[in-house]
Design a protein around this ligand. Structure first.
Ligand code: SF4
Length: 419
């Protein structure tokens, strides 16, 4: 199996061809439908009570087994291939450097985020463990078996980092602690550091402290939306979901206090209706607090409440990706940049030769996330093709080659200067 499947790029209307950003008015999610009572809260899976037999590969033509964290976790297809429990190859990637572990329950995530394949409104359509998330399937694997493989590989492990991804579920805080404990009992967190992708809605400051005390290295908060209005529309009241911007910021600031500088961060999705200036002002705010931002390019996830909307035009994505890198790693400030009447970046605040050097280095266009062992600005979490198809890469899960850089320059509309 190869990850490289030709896929249509879902944004080909005439209007799309001339627009180089996703405006707020366009990016309205559909309203969620309430699932029938008999499909709610994982009722089918619980009633069938099928015992799992080792690794479960998502398959919505069979009865989904009853699997529950902390005994079971889900992991990305890339992590399962890297771990050797699934066969396959990834387009232009040997492996992933981050083992993302996602908590799993028959009841699933209780939130309804409009861009997310795991959201609650899908209950009637697909059991939780069978739902696609950031464009791929997430096999469910016994936690013990996962830890056994990583412990057995020892220093030869390909993983530079492990990340526990919480979901919105009443057991999520407690089970994150158990997964972290079981991991650090067997794996030295200095050898493979652990990140927490948190769920602030159910957390307190004490929970954040507990995770730090148990050996977590980095704590991240998936704001996802760049403004309170977009947050509310995509993750809050707008889609009958429990999250609030205020609570997310409360936990983000707790993480800053408890984990400290360079040890916390925020996820932001680009292209859900925010302006480029709004995003980059937020990136600057997070840098000024001492953290980093990890960016995703909006992609219309199949089955989500935004699957009818266009992926982020590459122009907008590349401008924000480049500007974010300059703010996060090159000490450029948003105040040095210039924006046009629609708040698009028109000047990155550095000289053309400095800009050439950053573009040619290519790191700015790689997937952003918590660092691995190669360099501070190279993410362990490379999420291959999590925000685009391989045929039109948004975040490069590898070092872009010369041909990739030529394409990136065309997307940025910045021509290469002759030496
Ligand atoms: S809380 Fe996370 S997993 Fe749950 S629906 Fe929202 S984005 Fe998806």
């Amino acid at each position: 199996m190869s990850c490289h499947r030709p896929e249509p790029i879902p944004s080909s209307t005439e209007a799309q061809a001339v627009r180089d950003y996703n405006p707020f008015a366009l990016m309205q999610p559909r309203a969620p439908q309430l699932a029938p009572r008999e499909a709610r809260n994982g009722a089918r899976v619980i009633a069938n009570n099928v015992a799992p037999q080792g690794v479960y590969l998502p398959n919505y033509n069979v009865l989904t087994p009853y699997m529950r964290s902390p005994e079971y976790v889900q992991m990305s297809t890339a992590a399962a291939i890297t771990l050797g429990i699934m066969k396959g190859r990834m387009y232009r990637c040997e492996c992933t450097r981050c083992l993302n572990l996602l908590l799993t329950y028959p009841e699933g995530c209780r939130a309804n985020c409009a861009y997310c394949g795991l959201a609650r409104h899908r209950e009637a359509e697909r059991d939780y463990a069978d739902r696609n998330f950031i464009r791929v399937d997430w096999p469910a694997v016994p936690l013990e078996e996962t830890i056994d493989i990583v412990a057995r590989d020892g220093v030869a492990s390909p993983f530079h980092r492990m990340c526990i991804s919480m979901i919105t579920h009443p057991r999520s805080d407690e089970d994150t602690v158990t997964v972290l404990r079981q991991w650090t009992d067997r794996i030295d967190p200095a050898a493979i550091p652990v990140s927490i992708l948190s769920n602030p809605t159910t957390m307190t400051r004490e929970d954040v402290k507990r995770l730090r005390d148990l050996g977590a290295d980095i704590f991240t908060v998936a704001l996802d939306a760049a403004t309170p209005e977009i947050f509310d529309r995509t993750r809050g009241k707008g889609v009958a979901s429990p999250h609030s911007w205020k609570k997310y910021w409360e936990i983000l600031l707790d993480a800053r206090d408890i984990f400290g500088t360079q040890k916390f961060g925020a996820h932001i999705i680009i292209g859900m209706g925010e302006t480029e200036y709004e995003t980059l002002a937020l990136v600057q705010q997070i840098v000024d607090l001492g953290g980093h931002s990890h960016m995703f390019c909006f992609f219309p996830e199949k089955g989500s409440l935004m699957d009818h909307l266009p992926a982020t035009p590459r122009d907008q994505w590349r401008r924000v990706q480049l500007a974010r890198y300059l703010i996060d790693y090159r000490g450029v400030r948003v105040e040095q940049m210039r924006f046009d009447g629609e708040a698009r970046v028109v000047d990155f605040g550095i000289t053309p030769s400095e800009l050439d050097e950053v573009i040619d280095a290519g790191v700015a266009f790689r997937t952003s996330g918590c660092p691995g062992k190669f360099a501070e600005d190279v993410s362990a979490c490379d999420r291959p093709y999590g925000d685009s198809p391989p045929s039109n890469i948004a975040s490069y899960p590898f070092q872009p080659a010369k041909t990739d850089l030529r394409k990136i320059r065309r997307q940025l509309r910045i021509v290469e200067r002759k030496p």
